[in-house]
Design a protein around this ligand. Structure first.
Ligand code: FE2
Length: 250
């Protein structure tokens, strides 16, 4: 049994790790540096007004965002992703500063590096019903999500998740703590409503191997227009769908 620096436990030969304090698979908390939070706080404020489905927006730092709003979710969630490669590069620099690749590298099968696929600001102010889901439907820890709250009201509308014993628990978000989670972590936005949108930095990252990209990309392609692939090249969502989507019933 290996106890990892993240406080999680992975038995040799097992594909997934256990977080004993959350009693859940493939999830851990990580500290977000204060200078990063300070830098993102005014940008998070700007994203609260970016609500139109398919809208394109420019942050005051020049980063361009595209808004995807999944229609079937019982919430007002907005996925504001990098709208071009230069904006992706800005998210990628944040990803490097957060040190996320090193944190998940022990768990991710990869050749050279753990790569960012997409960066987002996620905003939502209400959720009417639970939508329990796995971000990643994968057999091994090839991909992870970071959700890091940027506004204080994120603590008032948290996450509901399922433990390994099948119980449901609520997890409160705290500014300064990011939640990192992979496959087999069953969760939903908690039910509730806020006076204004709570804002999160959200990153999708994982293996640099292309072998299982049809399954890995299925998550990210639903939420953004431009994806970076495991091999480092970019692909537009429509091209991803054409190449990988139909075979998987996407
Ligand atoms: Fe999710």
């Amino acid at each position: 049994m290996l106890i990892q620096p993240q406080g999680v436990i992975q038995k040799p030969g097992e594909p997934f790790f256990l977080n004993p304090s959350l009693l859940a698979l493939n999830v851990f908390e990580t500290a977000i540096a204060p200078d990063i939070l300070e830098e993102l706080a005014p940008l998070a404020e700007e994203t609260r007004a970016m609500e139109d489905l398919g809208g394109r927006y420019t942050l005051s730092n020049g980063a361009r965002l595209y808004n995807e709003r999944p229609r079937h979710w019982r919430s007002d969630i907005c996925w504001l992703s990098h709208a071009d490669e230069a904006s992706f590069d800005w998210f990628n620099r944040l990803y490097a500063r957060l040190g996320l690749a090193a944190l998940v590298a022990p768990f991710v099968p990869h050749d050279r590096e753990v790569r960012l696929y997409a960066g987002f600001f996620v905003t939502r102010s209400r959720c009417d019903a639970l939508d329990m889901h796995h971000d990643w439907k994968l057999e091994s820890n090839e991909a992870f999500t970071l959700m890091a709250p940027l506004t204080a009201n994120a603590g008032d509308l948290g996450m509901t998740y399922e433990t390994v014993t099948g119980d449901r628990r609520d997890l409160a978000y705290r500014v300064g703590k990011g939640l990192v989670f992979g496959p087999s972590f069953l969760h939903s936005t908690a039910v509730g409503a806020l006076a204004e949108r709570a804002v999160f930095l959200c990153l999708n990252f994982g293996t640099d191997r292309m072998d299982n990209w049809a399954n890995i990309g299925a998550t990210t392609a639903r939420q953004c227009e431009l994806l970076r692939q495991p091999d480092g090249s970019f692909i537009r969502q429509e091209d991803w769908r054409r190449l990988y989507g139909q075979a998987k019933g996407y």
